[in-house]
Design a protein around this ligand. Structure first.
Ligand code: ADP
Ligand code: MG
Ligand code: ZN
Length: 480
């Protein structure tokens, strides 16, 4: 028996910050990186008697998420108190949703191990974030920063539909892409605005009875998601094989040692003594609200991916990279609309030169200095034979750096290939006259000589001969 005899079962809980400017129940700013406790008030400090007031923008963003993930939006949802004690939670409870969440029963399509799969989404609910404990590394005081207290979050809970660590990572990436496309989240795992807990269990292959799950916390990169889950699958299998039993618990992933270790036995719902929040009325979604938001939804990553492969004929590999960054995909379409040449050619430029230079310098599409029309003009110059592919790379680098016109750069650098048929004809004549032996061989049927003659003409023209014109002129004069 080994890991191969077991079927892993995984469900993810994702907490994503909603990028509103103010907090969920007060007017405090959600700005990141401010002086500790700069953005706090009686409400988010949990002062007795201070009353929460719901931020409408939060609901709008959450409905966007819900509909993008094909959920039903409940016309009435209920706020609940989740009670627990921790220094970063001044009220002693978190306002969340429990029995009747805002969104339920959705799904997200991903590329699974054996093709596309729909991962079901159980629920999406709204809640407020807690503050942050700041520990003095010198072993001194622990301090509390409540700037995050009351920052709006959605918790997106999947059904246990994922079957491997790579599927889990795939789902997480797809989910992040959706949230970023919607403009409601920055998708930053490392900085904690997009956080994930993974629930993992194993069962013997062929069984339909799920095993006991373990909840993994502290997974703050896509690489760690896979590592943490794989480690945990191995641990559970080994435990079962040696006659042990998996216990319902919360384990922490340690990225340094690459292992998970027990943090606490898993709390159950009744431990939180959930009850309806008396300070907030039920959340009622007005008529027409969902429909309006639905109309304003952008094209989602999955749909864009299908369109990029279907209507531009791009390979899935190319399309996936372009679509992975919405501004990049938009730029691609803007350039293509002017260029109108083969989309794969443009895609090669994007995946090659553009992304390579962006990695070195600009990084964001919004900060690029050249226009789509300039990019298109550059490619058209290549297609018409005015620029060789290599020369075009030089021109592109300069256009990338300065935003100057490609034609101007090419002229200045002396890279334009001559379109002057007279000059090409003269160079061809000279080369043929200087190489009578080679011409003889060619005419006798040794066709490889042709390449040599092209090379000689290009050399005579100092690389500025238009290859198409040179080829044509040579063929004519050789009598082909
Ligand atoms: P809790 O808040 O107690 O963690 P939730 O309902 O919020 O409970 O989340 C439960 C998560 O655990 C869901 O993502 C679900 O898909 C997953 N899950 C439930 N049962 C199993 C199981 N047997 N194996 C793996 N994951 C599971
Ligand atoms: Mg959980
Ligand atoms: Zn506040």
């Amino acid at each position: 028996m080994s890991v191969a005899d077991f079927q892993p079962v995984i469900g993810l809980e994702v907490h994503a910050q909603l990028l509103t400017r103010s907090k969920i129940f007060c007017g405090c700013s959600t700005e990141f990186g401010a002086r500790p406790n700069a953005h706090t008030c009686a409400v988010c400090l949990g002062m007795p008697g201070a009353l929460p007031v719901l931020n409408e923008k939060v609901v709008e963003y959450a409905v966007r998420v819900g509909r993008a993930l094909e959920c039903r939006i409940n016309p009435v949802s209920i706020w609940a108190r989740k009670n627990y004690f921790y220094p970063d939670l001044p009220k002693g409870y978190q306002i969340s949703q429990y029995d009747q969440p805002l969104c339920e029963h959705g799904g997200l399509e991903i590329d699974g191990e054996d093709g596309p799969r729909r991962i079901r989404i159980l629920r999406i609910h709204l809640e407020e974030d807690a503050g942050k404990n700041v520990h003095d590394p010198g072993g001194g005081d622990s301090l509390v920063d409540l700037n995050r207290s009351g920052v709006p979050l959605v918790e997106i809970v999947s059904e246990p539909d994922l079957r491997s660590s790579s599927e889990a990572a795939e789902y997480l990436k797809a989910l992040r892409d959706v949230l970023v496309y919607l403009g409601v989240n920055d998708g930053n795992l490392e900085e904690g605005s997009f956080r994930c807990d993974a629930n993992v269990s194993v069962m013997r292959k062929g069984s339909t009875q799920y095993g006991t799950r373990v909840e993994l916390k502290n997974i703050n990169s896509f690489r760690f998601v896979q590592k943490a889950i794989d480690y945990e699958i191995g641990r559970q299998v080994e435990l079962i094989e040696s006659g042990g039993k998996v216990t319902l618990e919360t384990r922490l992933f340690d990225p340094v040692r690459g292992e998970t270790r027990s943090m606490r036995s898993k709390e159950e719902a009744h431990d939180y003594r959930y009850f309806p929040e008396p300070d907030l009325p039920p959340l009622r979604i007005p008529a027409g609200f969902v429909e309006r938001i639905e109309r304003e939804l952008p094209e989602l990553p999955r749909a864009k991916l299908h369109r990029f492969t279907a209507s531009y004929g791009l390979p899935a590999y190319d399309a996936k990279i372009l679509v992975g960054d919405r501004p990049l995909a938009d730029l691609f379409e803007q350039v293509q609309a002017v260029y109108r040449g083969p989309a794969k050619k443009l895609s090669n430029w994007f995946l090659g030169e553009l992304l390579r230079l962006m990695k070195e310098e600009v990084r964001e599409v919004g900060a690029l200095r050249f226009s789509p029309a300039q990019f298109a003009a550059l490619l058209q110059m290549v297609d018409s034979g005015e620029l060789s592919n290599n020369a075009a790379k030089d021109v592109f680098a300069e256009m990338f750096r300065t935003g100057r016109d490609p034609r101007e750069i090419a002229q200045e650098k002396g890279l334009l290939q001559t379109q002057d048929t007279g000059a090409v004809g003269a160079a061809v004549d000279a080369v043929l006259a200087a190489n009578p032996g080679e011409v003889e061989k060619y005419r006798a049927g040794k066709k490889q000589v042709f390449g040599f003659l092209v090379g000689q003409v290009m050399k005579a023209m100092k690389g500025k001969g238009n290859p198409a014109l040179v080829n044509a002129a040579l063929k004519t004069k050789l009598g082909d």
